[in-house]
Design a protein around this ligand. Sequence first.
Ligand code: SF4
Ligand code: SF4
Length: 93
Amino acid sequence: MGASIEDKLFLDRFNVHETSHLKIIDGAVCIDDCEQQLCLYICPANVYRLEHNRISINYEGCLECGSCRIGCPHLNIEWKFPTGGYGVRHKFG
Ligand code: SF4
Ligand code: SF4
C-alpha cells in the first residue's frame, strides 16, 4: 500500500521565516468577488483558511508548489520564494 499524504508530509521539514512569502493582494476581492475561493481547496498543505470572514494564510506549512498562484482566478496572491535558507526541505525515501 502506498504512503498517505500525511506520511509524505511528515518527511518535510520547515525552516520558517518570520515574514510570510505569500500575501493576498486585496482581501476584499476574496470575500466580495471570489465565489469559489479555490485557494481553500487546491492547496495540498491547507495553508489558506476561511476564518472570521477573511482568508488567512498559514504560510509556515507551504510546500512551495505554486498551485495557489496559478489557481487563484483573480490573480490575487502575491507569491515569492522564501528568503534563501528558509522554507520547506523535502526528504525522499
Ligand atoms: S482564490 Fe484568490 S481571490 Fe479567491 S479567495 Fe483565494 S486568494 Fe482570494
Ligand atoms: S504554494 Fe502550494 S503549498 Fe504553498 S500555499 Fe500555495 S498551494 Fe499551498
